[in-house]
Design a protein around this ligand. Structure first.
Ligand code: PBG
Length: 325
């Protein structure tokens, strides 16, 4: 009698479904982005990211303790820099007493085992809001790489475990690795944003940090969303240059790239579920058009199923509560 093979046998109740489930999320999967501002007792909801906050360092420390208690092993730091501290070279990025450097130290003091990763790019520090130095309307590659290396050294000195260059300049992984090694930071890791696309989904993040480009767009350094072979090139180059972890960004619209990255990469693959992905789920859920909790679990599970070893997500806390850890 037909059919002999009935795939629905393995879906007929929750017990068998859970036993054959291929992809399981755990707190070890998540990297939590944190937005940090100056001051004390400051907390500000990001308008385009409901229920996600930018906080001063004192309040951030409370969060980090809570995250560690929930089983989160790593945070990714972003800082809001005052306009008057911004310039073309991102000088403030190297300030040993800058907000980023103070944040790294304070977090490592409060929760020494928490892995601290730091965003490395000029945009929050740039008077032009670009990830590199601007000359005659162009983003200058090689002098930017020197600054990124100096910035990475400054983060390592403050105690960062990993630096995460998100700028997409050519040769920056090599420049940063060489810089760190020369200063003796041989154990400081590099998580490279290897295939970072010029995406509209970063909009809410740029609102959060007031880091939108002042002119033009980021298409001369971030990748064209239409390309996938180019992602392979970028990933292999970064591994050759010394990246310890490679990243694909954004997440959900780029799962084909994630799958390909996992197939070719000898280092772990991380994926960033970005601010716009968060905002879309929140907005649709607010309207009652999708179920927020189910969307959180489904989107994160899909990212992991596609090949992510690590997922940077604004939903980490919710996800952990939802899958019952
Ligand atoms: C900075 C940076 C951006 C993001 C991470 N690092 C913004 C950008 O490149 O414009 C985006 C993160 C998000 O949207 O959640 N270079």
């Amino acid at each position: 009698m037909y059919p002999v093979k009935r795939p629905r046998r393995l879906r007929q109740n929750a017990a068998i479904r859970s036993m054959v489930q291929e992809t399981i999320l755990t707190p070890n999967d998540f990297l939590v982005p944190l937005f940090i501002s100056e001051g004390k007792g400051q907390i500000k909801e990001i308008p385009s990211m409901p229920n996600y906050f930018k906080k001063s360092l004192d309040l951030t420390l409370k969060d980090v303790k809570e995250l560690w208690a929930m089983g989160i092993k790593s945070v990714l730091l972003f800082v809001q820099v005052a306009d008057e501290l911004k310039d073309n070279e991102g000088t403030e990025a190297m300030n040993p007493n800058g907000l980023m450097q103070r944040a790294i130290k304070a977090i490592k003091d409060a929760v020494p085992e928490m892995l601290v990763m730091t965003d490395v790019a000029l945009d929050p520090y740039s008077s032009y809001g670009h990830d590199g130095i601007v000359e005659d309307g162009q983003i200058i590659n090689d002098s930017t790489v020197e600054i990124l290396a100096a910035m990475s050294i400054s983060h390592a000195e403050a105690g960062a475990d990993f630096v995460a260059p998100s700028d997409m300049m050519d040769g920056r992984i090599h420049g940063i690795r060489e810089g760190l090694d020369e200063e003796g930071f041989i154990q400081t890791g590099i998580m490279s944003y290897s295939a970072k696309y010029a995406s509209c989904f970063y909009g809410p993040f740029r609102d959060a940090l007031d880091s939108s480009p002042g002119f033009g767009d980021k298409k001369t350094y971030q990748m064209n969303p239409a390309n996938s072979h180019e992602a392979v090139k970028e990933i292999l180059l970064d591994i050759e240059e010394g990246a310890d972890i490679v990243m694909i960004k954004p997440g959900l619209p780029y799962l084909d790239i994630v799958k390909e990255a996992k197939a070719i990469s000898e280092v772990p693959v991380s994926v960033y579920q970005v601010s716009g992905e968060y905002a879309m789920i929140k907005a649709a859920a607010e309207k009652g058009w999708i179920n927020e909790n189910e969307a959180i679990i489904e989107s994160l599970t899909s990212i992991k199923r596609a090949g992510a070893d690590i997922i940077a997500t604004y939903f980490a806390k919710e996800a952990i509560k939802l899958f019952g850890y």
